[in-house]
Design a protein around this ligand. Structure first.
Ligand code: ADP
Ligand code: GLC
Length: 507
């Protein structure tokens, strides 16, 4: 099968968060399963590639303007083809989506161009069997396909799949945006893109895509509720029979303490001595006293945004720091949380250190050197850091939501089983109680080691999830073939419809 990924970021070419990791990892696994995969990304300033021209000039209308971006790349890495939309005026910028003063004001136009170019690419450069889009930045792919390109015979048989990585980012714009991106006013309707008087790209795509996925089973259920649906729960419920939750995998070639080149000493579940070396090195790197390795280090790597539960950390800070532990934090984002961590480090110089930055090498060092990994998210579609933590024997302490709930098995004091620590209520009291439980286990080395061994043995590699995506692509392809044609060309069409029903139930 020929699978086209259209995504706003992908490792190793661009990344702001977990989406980049997913677009780095899943296509490789699909290729390893024998499929042909192409990934279409914007060429940003930080995208390090040889800009070999694949297509010198696409004609892409953006509102009343006609733009002429090129497509560059065309090379293969680990079996995956990569192509990039090259329009320096739109993408050769300091950051991917915005700067300190907020989102770039022309994001709608930038990603409209990208999405429309993706459809032209699918016609002119690399013809796929399915198009797999990711998040609001590519939401206009299914929308353009279903509206302006509805009569296109080349695109008509190609199903679109939209993965929602985070419902908190929807691509919301004022009404005038429709004209600016070249979409008809008729889409300003409650059954299309209209959302409380504004235009919502993600809503439009939820309605226009053939299939929807999200990145954990738990989150697939949560987003159908008022609490987690960000106002789109009704629309999502409407499409519930086309929604599947497929847990993200992780790329163990990049995140594995046995081979990690970023850390000072390698280690495994059988021999954890290297982890102590990493812990010592981490404390030194962060300028914290490293004389007492018997007290736990709590690690934190995150975008500093409300989603990640930092208001709980702010509320609980004093109680947390009354305990005998140290905290190392790496992150950047909302100034209020950057300030909070800087102040905390200033008040507790022996116990807290923060690096306000985006630093991949340091992220690896924290995964290896910390004992506990803190992720008290308000919501978490999947979350990757807790999965990395499991592999590094750094026990995750998480709130039971979304992918955190699906990937971390809570410590059971009766049996001693589990792979980490979990709390339910979104309160600082619940967080502190959970931390105290973890510290209790820390006091019992044998019990701690058993949890570590279990955590390190868990396998979240992409293989199983990639196989589930393949069945979904197949279902999607079948559902595009009109029933009569399917009956005549596909002897197994009875199975096809059963497979479809099966997938929807899994969602
Ligand atoms: P999200 O996508 O919501 O940010 P995930 O847990 O899915 O959360 O993925 C975050 C990814 O970004 C992980 O690979 C993590 O290591 C990385 N990351 C987040 N913040 C930083 C940072 N400040 N420095 C380096 N890596 C970071
Ligand atoms: C989003 C989510 C995160 C998820 C990632 C990759 O950024 O916030 O939970 O792991 O996408 O799917």
């Amino acid at each position: 099968m020929r699978i086209l990924f259209v995504a706003p970021e992908g490792v190793p070419f661009s990344k702001t968060g977990g989406l980049g990791d997913v677009v780095g990892g899943l296509p490789k696994q699909l290729a390893a399963l024998g499929h042909e995969v192409a990934v279409f990304l914007p060429r940003y300033r930080g995208t390090k590639i040889q800009p070999t021209v694949v297509h010198a000039s696409l004609s892409v209308p953006v509102g009343r303007e006609l733009r002429f971006p090129s497509v560059v790349g065309g090379f293969k890495q680990e079996g995956v083809r990569y192509d990039f939309l090259d329009d320096p005026e739109f993408f050769d910028r300091e950051a991917l989506y915005g700067g300190p003063s907020g989102d770039y004001p022309d994001n709608a136009e930038r990603f409209a161009e990208f999405s429309r170019a993706a459809l032209e690419y699918a016609k002119l450069v690399w013809r796929p069997d399915v198009i797999h889009c990711h998040d609001w930045q590519t939401a206009l792919v299914p929308i353009f396909k279903q509206s302006l390109y509805a009569a296109d015979p080349l695109l008509a048989p190609i199903p679109t799949i939209l993965t929602i990585h985070n419902l908190g980012y929807q691509g919301l714009f004022e009404r005038g945006v429709l004209g600016r991106v070249g979409l008809p006013e008729s889409l300003f309707s409650i059954d299309a893109m209209e959302f409380y008087g504004r235009v919502n790209f993600l809503k439009g795509a939820i309605l226009a895509s053939d299939w929807l996925t999200t990145v954990s089973r738990c989150y697939a259920g949560e987003i159908q509720t008022e609490e987690y649906g960000c106002g789109l729960e009704g629309v999502i419920r409407k499409r519930a029979n086309r929604l599947v939750g497929i847990l993200n995998g992780v790329d163990y070639s990049a995140w594995n303490p046995e081979t990690d080149a970023f850390i000072l000493a390698r280690y495994s579940a059988e021999d954890l001595s290297g982890k102590q070396v990493c812990k010592h090195n981490l404390l030194e790197e962060f300028g914290l006293p490293a004389g007492r390795l018997d007290r736990p280090v709590v690690g934190l790597i995150s975008r500093f945004v409300d989603q990640k539960g930092f208001d709980l950390v702010v509320e609980a800070a004093e109680e947390i720091l009354a305990e005998d532990l140290q905290i190392v934090a790496l992150g950047a984002g909302m100034p209020v949380y950057e300030e909070f961590f800087r102040n905390l480090a200033a008040h507790y110089p022996e116990k807290v250190a923060v690096r306000v930055a985006y630093d991949n090498a340091l992220a690896h060092k924290i995964e290896a050197g910390a004992d506990l990994f803190l992720m008290p998210s308000r919501y978490e579609p999947c979350g990757l850091n807790q999965i990395y933590s499991l592999r590094y024997g750094t026990l995750p302490l998480v709130r039971a939501t979304g992918g955190l709930d699906d990937t971390v098995e809570p410590y059971d004091p009766k049996t001693g089983e589990g792979t980490g620590f979990k709390f339910d209520d979104y309160t600082s009291d619940a967080l502190v109680a959970c931390l105290r439980q973890a510290l209790g286990v820390w006091g019992d080395l044998a019990a701690w080691r058993r949890l570590q061994a279990r955590a390190m043995s868990r396998d979240f590699s992409w293989r199983a999830s990639a196989t589930r995506y393949v069945s979904l692509y197949q279902d999607a392809q079948r559902s595009r073939i009109p029933a009569a044609a399917a009956a005549s060309v596909d002897i197994g069409s009875g199975d096809a419809s059963r497979a479809s029903a099966e997938s929807s139930r899994k969602g």
